[in-house]
Design a binder for this molecule. Structure first.
Ligand code: FAD
Length: 576
């Protein structure tokens, strides 16, 4: 019975007893429910979940498949009984919500065990149905042995299949975060793994140079990468599955993991006539309220304005879903005081020994959105070089040429990547600038960092570009050079002899001042060193002697990585 009905029957206004109903009991849903209870001890709270489990660690599923997480129970943060005991919430698992009647303020639920269909009323309803994996209608896609991974049931199915079928060859389709984690975990199980990706790179949220670094690492671990290539279909054979590719080749597989993306699960919302937005998510306002004032929505299913581009976006990350749950519950109970400010898509993945992390907007997407920006890439040690165990770390920043506002940051490396990216993300989130990052004060001792942290170094390089103290060009800009331009390699002769770019001449930076007469003043100079730092030093000398030059951002090493990856990944180009 609704509050209003109770009022008319009893003439008692029961203000405190609200009935909150939540659909979906994992990241966003469980988080909302728990916060609702903390905010309102007297409310009736019912949470529905069509699966068997609630509040489990989706993010841990690939690692359970790979036996890194050995104990299946470790995946379950809560179960229906413990959640009920702690939060006094009525948890109904294995119960699918079939429809919402927003006029009557009721939902229709089907108990999947008994088949019973019944109605439940609500005062406020929260939708957190998540996102569903995309399964395009390709020939043979429903064959046995082809899996998507979203929940515990999928995980159990994959795990038992690979154990029972003694799987040796795996094909992972899609090189996003989950695809890459699955590739690593299947290889850990001893399989020969091939990743097929339609885009020209892995991890499309990052820019190509950062992806190229990761691609080299993946290849070094023996995983095969087939880029620029789409899947046309599947054929079941006696031995397993043939995966047919757009470049006319065929891969043999014993198991296929389809990881080509997800889309917001808006089925209930569409059925209820709630507004769906441009990005195909449930449209919510800044209080996470849908187009119906008594229905809220959180998590993978919603769309919201990107705080940088202001364009509608969806985000498929656990952090935003959980945080939205808290904000949504606060707004439901206390009124609309707390605004959700949107997500900057802060994400991280470890693939074998390498970690790649990103926040904000990649340069490619800034370009697509027509946002003018500059890019700077540096490679430095994760901590002081004289202290054992330092590893190289590459940081790429995209920032506004007007005021240095940081739009995007990406980090690839082996140690301390998470810490650096989190610092950068916090600056992006509050519309900070590269100038602020130059002042960032970090905790320093040799095992952790250098006196100038990699984040400071990235900011110094970006600020130099912003102030015109450094003028850069990028790994793919060589085609812009004219025959009249001069390319100078400022590394040592040994480095130069080991490999140079095109017809570069060699003037090591330490000899530059004494050999200035060899450098033509009337030509445009393109300079490079190994990582970009010595090139910058050379450019400072040249600039102050009246030369016009560009320094290669990221240096020879990044150019070489990108170049090798372009060559390796040349397949049938596919528009993405
Ligand atoms: P979900 O957590 O997916 O919950 C939605 C729930 O709603 C589901 O359990 C579903 O069964 C239920 N439901 C849907 N429709 C109905 C209905 N009609 N009736 C009843 N119940 C319904 N994010 C990260 O940030 N980092 C990671 O490392 C990471 N790793 C991941 C690894 C995997 C394998 C997966 C699948 C996801 C990963 N994510 C990660 C993404 C993250 O898990 C999601 O962004 C997050 O769970 C979204 O929360 P949600 O509440 O919107 O949806």
């Amino acid at each position: 019975m609704h509050r209003q009905e109770i009022y008319w029957e009893t003439k008692t206004y029961i203000q405190l007893i609200m009935k909150y109903v939540i659909i979906g009991a994992v990241a966003g849903g469980a988080s909302t429910a728990a916060r609702l209870r903390r905010n309102d001890e007297h409310a009736e709270i019912v949470i529905f979940e069509k699966g068997e489990y609630i509040s489990y660690a989706n993010c841990g599923l690939p690692y359970y498949i790979g036996n890194v997480i050995k104990n299946r129970n470790a995946l379950f943060v809560q179960n229906a009984t413990s959640f009920n005991k702690r939060f006094n919430i009525d948890v109904r698992t294995l119960t699918e919500i079939l429809s919402i009647d927003k006029t009557a303020k009721t939902i229709s639920a089907r108990n999947q065990t008994t088949g019973e269909v019944y109605e439940e009323c609500y005062d406020k309803l929260v939708l957190s149905p998540g996102a569903e994996p995309i399964r395009p209608p390709l020939p043979g896609i429903m064959n046995n042995g082809i899996f998507t991974l979203r929940n515990v049931a999928d995980t159990d199915a994959i795990k038992s299949y690979v154990q029972q079928e003694q799987v040796q060859k795996a094909v992972v389709i899609g090189a996003g975060f989950i695809g890459l984690e699955m590739a690593e975990n299947l290889q850990l199980l001893g399989m020969d793994v091939t990743i097929v990706e339609m885009a020209p790179q892995v991890l499309t949220p990052v820019d190509f140079p950062i992806a190229a670094i990761l691609q080299q690492h993946i290849r070094s671990k023996g995983v095969h990468l087939v880029l620029n290539t789409a899947v046309r279909g599947f054929e079941k054979t006696e031995k397993g599955i043939n995966v047919q590719l757009s470049n006319d080749s065929v891969l043999d597989a014993d198991v296929v993991i389809l990881s080509i993306g997800v889309k917001p699960d808006t089925r209930l919302a569409v059925g209820a006539g709630l507004k769906i937005g441009e990005a195909k998510g449930i449209r919510v306002n800044e209080y996470l309220q849908t187009s119906d004032p008594d229905i809220y929505a959180v998590g993978d299913a919603i769309e919201f304005a990107n705080p940088i581009t202001q364009k509608p976006m969806v985000t498929y990350l656990a952090g935003p879903a959980n945080k939205q749950g808290r904000i949504c519950a606060n707004n439901i109970v206390f009124g609309h005081h707390e605004k959700y400010k949107g997500s900057i898509n802060t994400a991280i993945v470890r693939v074998f020994d390498m970690t790649v992390a990103t926040a904000g907007i990649a340069s490619r997407q800034l370009q697509q959105a027509g946002i003018s920006h500059q890019v700077s890439t540096i490679t430095v040690g994760s901590h002081a070089g004289y202290y054992p165990g330092a590893h190289q770390m590459t940081i790429q920043l995209a920032f506004s040429p007007e005021d240095g506002r940081l739009y995007g940051a990406q980090v690839a490396g082996y140690d301390g990547v998470d810490k650096r990216l989190d610092i950068l993300a916090s600056v992006i989130k509050r519309n900070g600038t590269v100038g602020e990052l130059t002042e960032f004060e970090h905790a320093y001792a040799p095992p952790y960092s250098s006196a100038k942290d990699p984040v400071n170094m990235a900011a110094f390089a970006a600020e130099n570009i912003l102030l015109g103290k450094s003028v850069v060009f990028y790994w793919d800009d060589f085609k812009k050079m004219t025959p009249d331009d001069v390319l100078i390699d400022v590394r040592t002769k040994t480095e130069y002899d080991a490999g140079k770019i095109n017809d570069a001449i060699n003037i090591p930076v330490d000899e530059l001042r004494s050999r200035l007469s060899e450098v033509p003043k009337d030509k445009t100079l393109y300079i490079y060193c190994q990582l970009g730092m010595r090139g910058y030093l050379a450019q400072r000398i040249l600039m102050q002697h009246g030369y016009h030059s560009f320094n290669l951002s990221g240096g020879y090493q990044l150019w070489n990585t990108c170049q090798r990856e372009v060559e390796l990944s040349q397949g049938t180009p596919v528009t993405v």
